[in-house]
Design a protein around this ligand. Structure first.
Ligand SMILES: [Zn+2]
Length: 201
C-alpha cells in the first residue's frame, strides 16, 4: 500500500471525521479532497480503529483497482449524504428527502449484512464473510454513522466557527464552549484575521 498521510481525527466520532475528509467544504476558493484513493480510505478506517492495520493491509493487497474505485465512490456518497443531513440540522433546515433515502439505504444495507451471535459471554454483530469484501469500509462507516445519527450525541455536534472550514466535532467540553476544529489551525487564523480587521485603519 502506498504511504498515506495521517488524517486529523478531531471529530470525536468516525462519522464526523468522515464528513471532514472533504476539507475546506465551504471555501469559495475550492474544496480539498482528502479521501483521494482506496488506499487512503483504508488508512482512514484503520486510523479510526474500525479495521485493524493488518486487515487494512490485506484489503489493500487483494482489491482490484476497479473494486477499490467503486468502494471509494460508495464511501464518498455516504459522506455527502451525512454532510447534507448534519449541516441541515446545525443550520435549522430540513434535510432533503433524497438525503434521508440515501442514508436509509446505507443503514439498512449495513445492518442486513450482519448476523447476531452469542460468543458465550457477549452478544455481538458479525459480518458474514464480508471482512474480505472491498466495500467493508462503507458498511463499517454506515453502521457507525447510524449509531451517531440516532443517538443523543447529535445534540453535541458542532461545526468549527471558521465559515470556510466548518469541520464537525462532538463538543464534549463541560460548558459546550468549543469553537474550533483545532485552535492551532482555525482558532489562530480567525483571531489573526480579526486582529487585522481591527487594526486596518
Ligand atoms: Zn476549522
Amino acid at each position: 500500500m502506498k504511504e498515506e498521510r495521517d488524517f486529523e481525527l478531531i471529530g470525536g466520532h468516525p462519522a464526523l471525521d468522515l464528513v471532514n475528509t472533504l476539507d475546506w467544504r465551504f471555501r469559495s476558493g475550492g474544496q480539498e479532497e482528502l479521501l483521494a484513493t482506496y488506499a487512503g480510505l483504508l488508512a482512514f478506517v484503520a486510523q479510526e480503529h474500525l479495521l485493524s492495520p493488518r486487515h487494512a493491509r490485506e484489503l489493500g493487497r487483494n482489491t482490484s483497482p476497479g473494486a477499490g474505485e467503486a468502494a471509494l465512490a460508495e464511501c464518498r456518497e455516504l459522506r455527502e449524504a451525512l454532510a447534507d443531513a448534519i449541516y441541515a440540522q446545525l443550520d435549522g433546515r430540513r434535510p432533503a428527502g433524497a438525503t434521508l433515502r440515501t442514508l436509509e439505504r446505507f443503514f439498512h444495507n449495513a445492518r442486513e449484512k450482519q448476523r447476531l451471535l452469542w460468543d458465550g459471554h457477549h452478544f455481538r454483530w458479525e459480518w458474514q464473510g464480508l471482512e474480505t469484501a472491498p466495500r467493508i469500509p462503507a458498511l463499517l462507516l454506515a453502521n457507525a454513522a447510524s449509531e451517531l445519527l440516532l443517538s443523543n450525541n447529535m445534540q453535541k455536534v458542532r461545526a468549527c466557527d471558521n465559515p470556510e472550514c466548518r469541520w464537525l466535532f462532538l463538543d464534549t467540553s463541560r460548558n459546550r464552549t468549543r469553537r474550533w476544529c483545532d485552535m492551532k489551525v482555525c482558532g489562530n487564523r480567525m483571531k489573526a484575521r480579526r486582529f487585522k480587521a481591527q487594526h486596518r485603519n
